[in-house]
Design a protein around this ligand. Sequence first.
Ligand code: URA
Length: 447
Amino acid sequence: MKTENMNRAYLDRILDGSQTDFYYHFGISSNEALLERLRGVRAIVIAGSGERIRDLARHWSILNHGADILEFPKEERFVTRYTSGILFASHGMGMPSASIAVQELMRMLYFLKNGDSESMDQVFWVRVGTSGGVGLPGGSVVVSTAGLMSDLRPYRLLRGGDGEYWFNGTFPALTCREIIAAGAENGQEVIPGKTVAGNDFFLEQFRLDGAICFETPEARAEWLKQLYNNGVRNIEMEGAMLAGYLNHWGFSSFAMICSTLLDRLQDDQVRSTPEELQVFSEKAETVLFNYLQSSLLEQRPFRTVSGDDKDVRMPGPASPDWERLRRAAVGALDSSYSPYSHYPVGAAGFTLDGRLVRGANVENASYGLTLCAECSMISHLCSTGGGRLAAVYCVNVQGKVLVPCGRCRQLLLEHGGPDMMIMTPQGVRTMADILPQPFTTENIKNY
Ligand code: URA
């Protein structure tokens, strides 16, 4: 990270509590308890429209077994949702609007991650949107390799004390490749290409159908040809700024994935039906979710499950990094409070969205009130964004695997479900194996 490029003179005052930060356009401040629940954020997904944000969050929640969706109180400017490790936020249209969202989200992230470079860099930023294709028909999905302005140069702010400020508009090549690979694994073609961000949907995208038009059909054709010959595959309105700012702050992984609504070589007007447009938009969304699931979880292979009328690949009961989980459980032993039994226990779990949660046992003078390590791990889970547990490891003070007690099996089942994997002295088992015929919410419903 390039923390020297962050406005630390301002941001550090929020961290030391000498000042409150008001994220005005999101209608929330650094004092609000709601933000505490976002500390485990792993990805920031931005999109132009508020309705899209609601849909994306709903869909991600379904993929994460109905994880709670948190809403920011104000939706006048931007719509914001948080569920299962992902902060979803709308940014409106165009770079002036989106730059407000990106700057305020960055301030929020700095606060949530206590200004820690490593934790901030683990957060993946992505814009998912729509665009005009350049030589690509409607319904293509483009992952941007670079964000340029309409003169094919990187993003710049025109006015500032020192004249023009220039920002590097390149998107990280490795992330592009990973998105293409995740798409290919799921049978989806994702096309890499440069993306031009126009400051005006009509004038800076060389349309002839605006209420103001400066271009001739020849100039329009010449501009689009120049774009195509320079590797530009789509046109939208935010990417150059997004890449520029994220590079400036030094993030190592971020991306932009856009569906095309039309081929600009053929037309200026978007003529597809609302149903067709919906299908086009969802294609980019599916590419994004497949990538998020593979990258945030690092668990393969996948199995296909149906969610919200769409088939989406979910991490299967494959191979979490058990050694990493065991080390995390051993690390958690340090937090054990076990003055009565002198039997420290540590537990660690991966959530389905790839977070690591941990806990240790906390005893009490009234022995029966003792909290097992699994209890504090689940408390960690709930206080860092909730979601579902995918794999759990419990250890004793020698780092040897332990099985959870009866009560904890019940707790784990509620937060991991019957497919959750658990390490036992006999190897990996599922919750269904170690807690057959469980008492669940179904029993409460059907009394
Ligand atoms: N968004 C844009 O900015 N341009 C298009 O042509 C389509 C969507």
